[in-house]
Design a protein around this ligand. Structure first.
Ligand SMILES: Cc1ncc(COP(=O)(O)O)c(C=O)c1O
Length: 401
């Protein structure tokens, strides 16, 4: 719950910007921040180590997928974590090219604008960007970019990457890495079909292209597993983490296979990455997720939220699709179930009505309502928020008829 300056209370379906996975101001996080602030607020981690950064590095190598040796690079934001992965993979492979997805979001620095392809406004008037990124269609089955249907399509969208991109104009031996969101976040909470990432990983392995798994929005337990890619049964080469890592303090990490992070000292560095106060908060976040069994709660509450939204979908034709994993769920609004025309204005109307009535929720993609409450959420709070949401949907839906 959050309270505004006038004392109004809101159910927080956003977790801030998908940051407060252990809730707002968890007492253990607050205590760790205070305790660390009294001991050491800064030292230059690229020259000297301190205990919280070592402990957190160790923890991150344990909770990220893959039992191989890993190295961790710390920074302050999601964009920086992905940018470190971009520089690192180019440095390691000596290959210049990258692959990313349409509708992807990886941040807003110049290099990240090159990977991001979610909305024109994010790039308009900023060109030229960092060159050498090719975008391929994300497996968005509800709106298949190839107008095919799963599973009869036999996942042409994966073969397309091999047959139409790598074999025709994007030489694999010049391709350093592919950036992947396991569930597309800003793009609309889009979940790829089963088997998709297995097929993709095989292609990438065949060509020795590094898979960078951007878990900045989907990680730290959001989907009921530490990292969303675990749902799809493959192990990426690099995982990037930010947002929920330090419960609201700026902190990000690029966790890579040991042999990939082989750049020379001085190739990449920063001043504030891995700040000791932020690392201490992050160590608590990891412990809280384990001790309060928040992966289990995210799975349980997510199943309930999904069931309630699917019931609403039966009643209101404006809800075209409901999808997600754990507590990362999208309800896509459409003007018409047949044409699937995105109900963009209507989604904003639902969002504003919810806000005025005590529920903080925002949209993703063109018209998807995104549900990303803290992992500590209870049935009662979900019910309270969903009652308001359903009221807003009902009104907007009836206006469409
Ligand atoms: C998947 C993903 N990657 C990267 C970013 C960029 O993170 P930041 O805003 O901390 O730079 C975001 C932010 O929303 C994100 O959702």
């Amino acid at each position: 719950m959050i309270k505004d300056v006038d004392g109004n209370e809101y159910v927080d379906f956003n977790s801030g910007l998908v940051v407060l996975n252990v809730g707002h101001c968890h007492p253990r996080v607050v205590k760790a921040i205070k305790d660390q602030a009294e001991k050491l607020i800064h030292y230059s981690w690229t020259d000297f180590y301190y205990k919280p950064i070592i402990d957190l590095g160790e923890q991150l190598t344990k909770i990220t997928p893959g039992s191989f040796n890993k190295k961790v690079f710390f920074s302050n934001s999601g964009a920086e974590a992905d940018e470190a992965a971009m520089k690192m993979t180019r440095w390691h492979s000596r290959r210049p090219l990258f692959l990313a997805y349409t509708s992807a979001f990886h941040g807003r620095s110049f290099a990240m604008m090159s990977l991001t392809a979610s909305k024109p406004v994010q790039r308009r008037h900023f060109f030229p960007l960092v060159p050498e990124v090719t975008h391929v269609p994300y497996p968005y089955c509800y709106r298949c970019p190839f107008h095919l249907a799963y599973p009869e399509c036999n996942m042409w969208c994966v073969d397309f990457i091999e047959e139409e991109v790598l074999q025709k104009y994007h030489p694999p031996e010049d391709t350093a890495a592919m950036f992947v969101e396991p569930i597309q976040g800003e793009g609309g909470y889009v979940v790829p079909p089963d088997g998709y990432f297995q097929r993709l990983k095989k292609i990438l392995e065949k060509h020795e292209i590094i898979m960078v798994d951007d878990e900045i929005q989907s990680g730290m337990g959001r989907t009921g597993k530490w990292f969303a890619m675990e749902h799809f049964g493959i192990t990426p080469d690099i995982v990037t983490v930010a947002k929920a890592l330090a419960s609201g303090l700026p902190l990000a990490a690029t966790v890579a296979k040991e042999e990939i992070m082989d750049w020379d000292g001085g190739s990449h560095a920063n001043t504030f990455g891995g700040n000791p106060v932020a690392c201490s908060a992050a160590l608590q976040v990891i412990d809280i997720i384990k001790e309060e069994k928040l992966l289990e709660n995210a799975t349980r509450q997510g199943a309930y939220l999904m069931k309630r939204l699917r019931e609403m979908q039966q009643k209101y034709s404006i809800i075209g699709d409901v999808r997600g994993r754990g507590l990362m769920i999208g309800a896509e609004l459409v003007k018409d179930q047949e044409t699937k025309a995105p109900a963009t204005d209507e989604a904003l109307d639902v969002m504003n009505k919810c806000f005025k009535r005590g529920v903080a929720i925002i949209t993703a993609g063109k018209s998807t309502m995104r549900f990303a409450p803290p992992l500590i959420v209870t049935h009662e709070i979900l019910d309270a928020g969903l009652e308001v949401f359903e009221g807003a949907v009902k009104e907007v839906d009836s206006k469409l008829k």
